[in-house]
Design a protein around this ligand. Sequence first.
Ligand code: SAM
Length: 195
Amino acid sequence: MIEVLPQLQVARLDLLQLFGRNAPLHVDLGCGDGSFLCQMAQQFPKRNFLGIERLTKRVEKVRFKAEKIENVRVLRADTLFAVRYLLPECSVENFHLLFPDPWPKRRHQFRRIFTRHFLDAVAAALQQHGVLCVTTDQLDYFHQIERLSGAHQQFQVVPQLSDDTVLPVTNFERKFREQGAPIYRLTLRKTSPVK
Ligand SMILES: C[S@@+](CC[C@H](N)C(=O)[O-])C[C@H]1O[C@@H](n2cnc3c(N)ncnc32)[C@H](O)[C@@H]1O
């Protein structure tokens, strides 16, 4: 035998144990320093908030910010891995994907997080009628997101949610607004339980 395959067993998160209660779960994918996550958690204390972020330094910032907020947890992990393997099926009420890394150069675009496989994983983790909110400043990425979303059988594009109007502004959104850059948003609702 030349190739060795590791036998990894990954357990899905026990959300009741993690948060100490049952409550609607909202997940911020690539949560950065956790500003949006923590403001949301304070604004909606009856919901549980999980941030997923792969950079250790940013995770440390979230930990610092969330120290005194009871309904926030942060997971240092890759977004696709976490959504696909760590979140229980049908457990999430709302995903936020806010200003995902844009990878504007054509040769880097394969690194973009938003793919059909990402949507498959999000659909599996979302509750029926759960929602994925996406925001970007990159027009070509937005068109790609629209195309992939329109072609996916488990999602329907819906108008922005009514409580979007009071959502906190993320650090990146503030930066882009100051530069006068346009911001593109899409809200997808899971419509079908089966693939
Ligand atoms: C452009 S920043 C946006 C941060 C935040 N959402 C905001 O709007 O202020 C993108 C964030 O996603 C994180 N990120 C990028 N790819 C990721 C991945 N595959 N898994 C987890 N985090 C990721 C980056 O480290 C970074 O913190």
